[in-house]
Design a protein around this ligand. Structure first.
Ligand code: DP6
Length: 421
C-alpha cells in the first residue's frame, strides 16, 4: 500500500460556507436519497463569518473511521455520513505523495480508515445551517484527500445525501438546486447561477434570536409536511416553478425589488406550510414576527423594498439589504428595537463586518441610546424596546465556495497522531 514505513498519516483540510435559501427546499420525494419536491435557490454566505473547516486524515494505523465535531467525538454510524463516505470512496483515485513516500492505490481506499475533525466558526446551537456547511465540507475534503476527479456537480449530489441543503454549499454566490427527475437522483444537483462578484453590493445581517424551545428538526418537520399539508403540494407544483424563473431573472438583472419580494413571499409561504402541517410546526417566534413587522412597515412606507427577510427552521432572521447605506439604516432600526442588554458591549453584540456599524454612526452604547425611533414608526409602530430578545447580530455578505486550506498549521488533526490538536 505504501512504500517505506507503514506509519504515515496523510491529511487534507477544507473550508466550506453556509448558505441561506431564498426559495426554500421543504419536502422530499425520496427520503433515503434526499430528493426534493421542488427546486430551490440560495445565497452563499461569506466563509470568513460562517463556515465549516474540516480536516480528514488517513493512515494504515487507524483501526476505524472516527469523527470529531468542535472537539467532541461524534458517532459516524448514521446512514447519511455512511452514504457520503461510501460514495466518495467509490470515486477515490490513486494518490502519490513523493515527499512523504506515500503511495495509495485506488482500491486501497476501501480498506483504509479515516479520521475527520470539523469545526464551525459560528455557534452550532445558533441554528444557522451548520449541517449544510458541515456535510458539504465533509464531502469536499474527503474528495480532495482521495483525489476524486469528478466535477462539483457530482460532489453536490453526494453532499445532498448528507443533508439536502448541503448540496448548495458546493458553490459561492447564487446557487440553484435542481430537483431533477431521475429516480436515482443523478440529476438532482446544485449549479451556480452567478458568482458572488455578480452582485457584491448586497449586505446580509443575521439576527440570532434567543429561543428556549427545542425546534423540530428540518428532516422531521418536512416529512410531516409532506404527509399532511395540502399547501405543500400546491406550493411545490404550482407556486415554486414560477418563482424559480422569476428569482433567476431578478438575480441575473440585479433587480433588488423583485429579489426582495420573492424572498419574503417564499419564506412566508414555507412557514405557512409549517402551520398547515398536522400537528402544526412553529419555527418563528414573537421576536421573528416583530422583525417581519419592522421590515414590512419600512418597505411599505418607502414604496419599494429596502430589505428582504427570510427565516429557516428556527426563529433567526436573515435580512438582506441592497447596499451598505440601506444596511446601516436597517442596523439603526434593529438596534433601536432590540438594543443590547445594558451590560453588553456593542462590539460583542454586533459581530462580523463591523464597518457597517461604524458607517451607520454607531460607535458606542451612547450612540445606540440616542437613536431616534424610525420615521415610519409614527404610523403605529411596535417600537417598545426589548433587550435580550436578540442574542446578537452578524453582519456579513455573499461569499465564495469551498476551498482547500493548504497551510498545514490550519489542520484540525495532529500530523503525528491523527487526533484532534
Ligand atoms: C428550511 O437540508 O436541513 O433550511 O435534507 O433533511 O437534512 P435535510 O434537511 P435540511 O433542510 C433545510 C430546510 C430549510 C430550507 C432550505 O435550506 O432550503
Amino acid at each position: 500500500m505504501a512504500s517505506g514505513t507503514e506509519s504515515w498519516i496523510l491529511m487534507a483540510t477544507g473550508r466550506t460556507p453556509t448558505n441561506i435559501a431564498v426559495i426554500k427546499y421543504w419536502g422530499k420525494r425520496d427520503e433515503a436519497l434526499i430528493l426534493p419536491v421542488n427546486d430551490s435557490i440560495s445565497v452563499t454566505l461569506d466563509p470568513d463569518h460562517l463556515s465549516a473547516t474540516t480536516t480528514v486524515a488517513v493512515s494504515p494505523t487507524f483501526d476505524r473511521d472516527r469523527m470529531w465535531l468542535n472537539g467532541e467525538e461524534i458517532p459516524l454510524s448514521g446512514d447519511r455520513f455512511q452514504s457520503c463516505l461510501r460514495e466518495i470512496r467509490k470515486l477515490a483515485d490513486d494518490v502519490v505523495d513523493e515527499k512523504k513516500g506515500i503511495r495509495i492505490r485506488k482500491d486501497d481506499w476501501q480498506k483504509l480508515h479515516v479520521h475527520i475533525s470539523s469545526y464551525n466558526n459560528f455557534p452550532t446551537a445558533a441554528g444557522l445551517a451548520s449541517s449544510a456547511a458541515g456535510l458539504a465540507c465533509f464531502v469536499f475534503t474527503l474528495a480532495k484527500l482521495m483525489n476524486v476527479k469528478e466535477d462539483y456537480g457530482k460532489l453536490s449530489s453526494i453532499a445532498r445525501q448528507g443533508s439536502g441543503s448541503a448540496c448548495r454549499s458546493m458553490y459561492g454566490g447564487f446557487v440553484k438546486w435542481t430537483m431533477g427527475r431521475d429516480a436515482w437522483g443523478s440529476d438532482s444537483i446544485a449549479v451556480q447561477l452567478a458568482s458572488e462578484s455578480h452582485w457584491n453590493d448586497l449586505v446580509i445581517i443575521i439576527a440570532v434570536v434567543s429561543s428556549k424551545q427545542k425546534e423540530t428538526s428540518s428532516t422531521t418537520g418536512m416529512r410531516d409536511s409532506v404527509e399532511t399539508s395540502p399547501l405543500l403540494q400546491h406550493r411545490a407544483q404550482t407556486v415554486v416553478p414560477g418563482r424559480i424563473l422569476q428569482m433567476e431573472e431578478a438575480i441575473r438583472s440585479r433587480d433588488f425589488a423583485s429579489f426582495a419580494r420573492l424572498t419574503c413571499a417564499d419564506s412566508n409561504q414555507f412557514h405557512a406550510v409549517c402551520l398547515d402541517t398536522s400537528p402544526p410546526i412553529f419555527y418563528m417566534n414573537d421576536t421573528s414576527h416583530r422583525i417581519i413587522s419592522l421590515v414590512e412597515r419600512w418597505n411599505r412606507s418607502d414604496g419599494t423594498p429596502q430589505v428582504a427577510y427570510t427565516f429557516d427552521a428556527g426563529p433567526n432572521a436573515v435580512l438582506i439589504a441592497p447596499n451598505r447605506k440601506s444596511a446601516g439604516l436597517l442596523l439603526q432600526r434593529l438596534l433601536f428595537c432590540f438594543p443590547p442588554p445594558a451590560d453588553d458591549e456593542l462590539t460583542s453584540y454586533v459581530i462580523g463586518d463591523k464597518s457597517i456599524l461604524h458607517e451607520a454612526g454607531l460607535q458606542s452604547m451612547k450612540d445606540v441610546e440616542a437613536l431616534p425611533p424610525p420615521p415610519e414608526s409614527k404610523v403605529k409602530y411596535p417600537s417598545q424596546k426589548t433587550p435580550g430578545e436578540v442574542s446578537y447580530f452578524i453582519c456579513t455578505r455573499l461569499g465564495s465556495g469551498p476551498r482547500v486550506l493548504a497551510d498545514e498549521s490550519l489542520a484540525l488533526l495532529s500530523p503525528t497522531t491523527g487526533l484532534p490538536k
